[in-house]
Each structure stands twice: as structure tokens, then as C-alpha cells.
Design a protein around this ligand. Structure first.
Ligand SMILES: O=C(O)c1ccccc1N[C@@H]1O[C@H](COP(=O)(O)O)[C@@H](O)[C@H]1O
Length: 221
């Protein structure tokens, strides 16, 4: 067993929160993005968040949200972290962190080695980095598309703040993802669903088990 921490994102029902907690997830994610099949209103999210046991960190995922939107979410939903999953610049990440006093995780989309260069800038202002697959040009969603990137791009890479790996993760590939990248945290959404927006408790359990049973292989240089 390893201490890989798992985030189950895009929960929509009380049973999803229970399943994530029972499986041993460290974080649960609530999506506030109207184009997503996982989108929640603030009162729905509040009810789910109130059902989360201590030890399961509650993360709000937003995409280029303005202050009014974030004010509305943070006023109603008890949260432990904000996940910025749009094209927020480093200055905006810093402003959100200062305004809300919550840890901020910035998502960075990766398709090629050049995409990794911005991570250092974000690592100066964000508490965590989420290294996700870059969405296809015509995608409706900037994440949650079930697509992976080439994990060899980040094999053995380290950054000065904690980071999570995301994008196309499943119970079947979670152990390989940890072994190839050395990630200590994984974030999954569509890979543990029965249908878009409908989480599957068996897949959640299998995912956490696979992630925590994985063995990171140190990169040989
Ligand atoms: O899940 C969504 O609907 C979503 C919407 C908008 C931005 C990000 C979204 N999800 C995040 O995308 C990654 C990868 O998801 P997947 O496992 O490939 O489906 C993950 O960080 C989700 O939090």
C-alpha cells in the first residue's frame, strides 16, 4: 500500500460522497460549470458538502469564475479548497487565494512538453497544481473529458508544491499512472462513472484500491 491520495471529482448525489469517503478518498470535488453534466447549484453542493465526513476535503471546481460567482459559492458551500480549471492567469490565482483565504489548486492542461513551462509560474502562487490533459480544441469542457496525455512527459518531474495527476484515469490505469509519473495524488471524474454525471460506487472503490496499491518506480537517469 502507498499513501497515494485520491480526489473523486464531479459528485452529484449524497451516495457519491459516501462512496468516496468509504473508499478512502482524500478529496471530493463539486463542479460549478453549467456546461458540465456534473454541474451543481450552490444549495445542492452545500447539501453534499455537509454530508462529507471529517477527513474528506471538499473542493469547488470553477472555470474562469468571476468574484460574484465565487462569492456566491463560498458564502453557501463549506469548502476546503478552490480548483481553478480555466485560463486563469497567475495574478488571478493569487487574487482568488487572497480574497477567499482558501487553498487554491490551479489546473494546467498538457499535450506537449511546452505546456509544462507555465507550471513554475503557477507554483509561485497556487497551493497545488493539477496536471491534466489539455482538452481537444472543439471540446465543450476544459476537463472531465476522460482523455489522458502522454505520461512520459512528466515522468520523474517534481514541482515545488504538491500536485495531482488527472485526465483519463480509470481503475484499470491508475497503478500504471502512479508507476510512470511518480504522482502521489490522482484526480478522477469520468473514469469512475456509469454515465456522465453518475458516479459508480464500485468503480470509485476499485480506483482508490488501485491507486493505493500502486508502487511508484523511481526514474533511472
Ligand atoms: O468534470 C467536469 O465536468 C469538469 C468540467 C470542467 C472542468 C473540469 C472538469 N473536470 C476535471 O477534469 C479532470 C479530468 O477529468 P476526467 O477524469 O478525465 O474525466 C479532473 O481534474 C476533473 O476534476
Amino acid at each position: 500500500m502507498t499513501d497515494v491520495r485520491v480526489k473523486i471529482c464531479g459528485l452529484t448525489r449524497p451516495g457519491d460522497v459516501e462512496a468516496a469517503a468509504a473508499a478512502g478518498a482524500a478529496y471530493c470535488g463539486f463542479v460549478f460549470f453549467s456546461k458540465s453534466p456534473r454541474h451543481l447549484g450552490v444549495y445542492q453542493a452545500r447539501d453534499l458538502a455537509l454530508g462529507a465526513p471529517p477527513g474528506l476535503a471538499k473542493v469547488a471546481l470553477v472555470v474562469n469564475a468571476d468574484d460574484a460567482t465565487l462569492d456566491a459559492i463560498t458564502a453557501v458551500v463549506p469548502l476546503d479548497m478552490l480548483q481553478l480549471h480555466g485560463s486563469e492567469a497567475p495574478a488571478r490565482v493569487a487574487a482568488v487565494k487572497a480574497r477567499y483565504g482558501l487553498p487554491v489548486m490551479k489546473a494546467v492542461g498538457v499535450a506537449s512538453a511546452e505546456d509544462l513551462s507555465v507550471i513554475d509560474d503557477y507554483a509561485r502562487v497556487a497551493d497545488q497544481i493539477l496536471v491534466d490533459a489539455k482538452p481537444p480544441r472543439d471540446a465543450a469542457l476544459p476537463g472531465g473529458n476522460g482523455l489522458a496525455f502522454d505520461w512520459r512527459l512528466i515522468a520523474g518531474r517534481r514541482w515545488p508544491v504538491p500536485w495531482m495527476l488527472a485526465g483519463g484515469l480509470t481503475p484499470e490505469n491508475a497503478a500504471d499512472a502512479v508507476a510512470m509519473t511518480g504522482a502521489r495524488q490522482l484526480d478522477v471524474s469520468s473514469g469512475v462513472e456509469a454515465a456522465p454525471g453518475v458516479k459508480d460506487a464500485d468503480k470509485i472503490r476499485a480506483f482508490v484500491r488501485a491507486a493505493q496499491g500502486a508502487r511508484a518506480v523511481p526514474k533511472l537517469v
